[in-house]
Write a protein that binds this ligand. Structure first.
Ligand code: MG
Ligand code: MG
Length: 268
């Protein structure tokens, strides 16, 4: 069942999303060669707690850490470890926070130092596909409209759209209805209405869309071991239109990225 949020609840959720946005911004300055994902995980846990929130993933379905840290060919759900990040790698960081009873859930894929052009393009296209999908999350449209838009955009670049993992409704639970696949057909699935809040999160592979699950029960990698990227935003329907609750503003500030792409999805 889809849980519609009131304006007041959406404002509370904006705070939860902002905790995560600021955490990703803090991490953007710390991601560099030689730093371990476990170190970053501890920084994030402290940072989230300092903001009066609780790490959203820690203990959720028995996940052992604050961040899902998925380097290179790992798609999502990677477990932080002591291995140092290396120049030329990429690291997808997915972060959740629980504040005032509501979750934020938001992800970004970072370059570790300099990366090759092919992988850089994968990151750019995946990030852009997120906004392409968000644009379709409006009253009257359906789940398939978002999925179609992301898939169509992504596959034009020759990339693989992961099928097994999807976005989701967000609220008092981390994963609410509806499921939000990054593939689909126009006009299919549940209809979007005022007050819906979802996490849209394209997971895009440089090569095949196929994945494999590892024996730790968490780690998922691409079948061909080529890189995979993941970007995620929390979005509400306000006045019939998509409004971003999370923001990459802090990441962009940390990385020196100048963009106005999010302006389209802000309340005036
Ligand atoms: Mg997430
Ligand atoms: Mg999510």
């Amino acid at each position: 069942m889809i849980k519609i949020k009131t304006r007041e609840e959406i404002e509370i959720m904006r705070e939860s999303a902002l905790v995560v946005s600021k955490t990703l911004g803090m991490l953007a300055k710390e991601v560099k060669p030689g730093v371990s994902t476990l170190y970053l995980d501890k920084l994030a846990e402290e940072f989230i707690r300092e903001q009066g929130a609780i790490p959203g993933f820690l203990g959720l379905y028995d996940f052992p850490n604050t961040l899902c840290m998925s380097p290179n060919s790992q798609v999502v759900h990677g477990i932080p470890n002591k291995e140092p990040l290396k120049e030329g790698e990429i690291i997808s960081i997915d972060c959740g926070a629980l504040k005032n009873g509501f979750y934020g859930d938001h992800a970004y894929t970072f370059a570790v130092g300099e990366i090759d052009i092919e992988t850089q393009k994968l990151l750019e296209v995946t990030k852009e596909s997120l906004y392409v999908g968000i644009r379709e999350f409006k009253a009257g449209n359906r789940v398939g409209d978002v999925g179609f838009a992301i898939q169509n955009f992504t596959e034009k670049h020759g990339y693989g759209v992961v099928r097994e993992l999807v976005g989701h409704g967000l609220g008092r639970k981390m994963h609410e209805d509806p499921e939000m696949p990054n593939y689909g057909k126009r006009g299919r699935g549940k209809k979007f209405v005022e007050g819906m809040v979802v996490a849209i999160e394209p997971m895009t592979n440089l090569g095949t869309h196929k994945i494999k699950q590892h024996s730790d029960g968490w780690t998922i990698t691409t079948l061909d071991n080529k890189p995979s990227a993941h970007f995620e935003h929390d979005v509400a329907i306000v006045n019939g239109k998509p409004e971003l609750l999370s923001t990459f503003k802090y990441v962009n500030e940390a990385l020196g990225i100048v963009t106005d792409i999010e302006d389209e999805f802000r309340a005036n």
